[in-house]
Design a protein around this ligand. Structure first.
Ligand code: G1P
Length: 291
């Protein structure tokens, strides 16, 4: 059973400056809650019970957000603001734990995942990159479909989506015999980090959701620096795929890359119009602007 998820949050978010100068980019608000909360909720909805943050000294506010705040709770209780009290105490269900480990040096995504080795132990696990928000289509959680597929086949799962050719050099790209239908997985022949468009094996990009076996940690220990002079998770997956079946899972939902300013604005629009309390008025505002 996949119960543990690693969320690497140590990156300094230079693509999101100046907003990320003194608060973590993961804490920037999408509608009325920090971006990271959407990612944690996605993991919890897929059955994850242990969230492992791989973090940095400047990012304590992320851990604080998922912790209780006695002073605030007491104040809200005394003021009889029970709705707000409920809201801040129910960010996570009580069976979900948040654990953090540090990434002492910025050596790349592969290195960040390796920093969680001792916490993961012998368990297979999920990785969610919190820059990208994944919105369900028709209430079907893609991560949970990947977990089901992993549990049935024991094949690692890498979530992918098609991107336009001019964007392939910004992502991990998978090599597959044919593009799977949405919601389906297909065995991969290869995976390469940020290839030039003329060298790219396809236009199916790695979204930032992975279901991986515990043994990838040993491969990460042997992974040399790759693209961008960093230890890449993609390179360890390419090694894994030489001995084990690794599958590309084509997502059904929609992604929002909140690591980029336009992706972030798009997320605010989509999550805003869907918000149960604010959606209707927000939609009216968008119409007003469009005139
Ligand atoms: C990382 C991964 C890449 C993946 C991307 C998704 O890259 O290395 O394979 O496609 O996330 O957002 P980064 O965006 O950290 O450079």
């Amino acid at each position: 059973m996949i119960k543990k998820a690693i969320l690497p949050v140590a990156g300094l978010g230079t693509r999101f400056l100046p907003a990320s100068k003194s608060i973590p980019k993961e804490m920037v608000t999408v509608v009325d809650r920090p971006a990271i909360e959407y990612v944690v909720r996605e993991a919890v909805a897929a059955g994850i019970e242990e969230i492992i943050l791989v973090t940095h000294s400047s990012k304590a506010s992320i851990e604080n957000y998922f912790d209780r705040n006695f002073e605030l709770e007491t104040t809200l209780e005394n003021k009889k603001k029970f709705d707000l009290l409920k809201e801040i105490t129910e960010i996570l269900p009580s069976h979900v734990k948040v654990i953090s480990v540090r990434q002492p040096q910025p050596l790349g995504l592969g290195h960040a995942v390796l920093c969680a080795k001792a916490v993961v132990g012998t368990d297979d696990f999920a990785v969610l990159l919190p820059d990208v928000l994944v919105k369900d289509s028709d209430g079907e959680n893609d991560l949970s479909l990947m977990i089901k597929r992993f549990e049935a086949s024991q094949a690692s799962q890498i979530m992918v989506e098609a991107v336009p050719n001019h964007l392939v050099d910004q992502y991990g790209i998978v090599d597959v015999a044919k593009s799977p239908a949405e919601g389906e997985s297909i065995q991969m022949q290869g995976i390469v980090e940020k290839p030039a468009v003329d060298k790219a094996p396809s236009n199916l990009s790695v979204v930032g959701r992975y279901i991986l076996p515990a043994k990838i940690m040993q491969l990460l220990e042997q992974t040399p620096k790759g693209a961008g002079n960093e230890i890449q998770l993609t390179d360890a997956i390419a090694m894994l795929q030489q001995t084990d079946v690794v599958e590309a899972y084509r997502m059904k939902g929609q992604t929002f890359d909140c690591g980029s300013k336009l992706g972030y604005l798009k997320a605010v629009l989509y999550y805003g119009v869907d918000h149960p309390k604010l959606g209707t008025e927000f939609k009216a505002m968008i119409k007003e602007l469009a005139l």
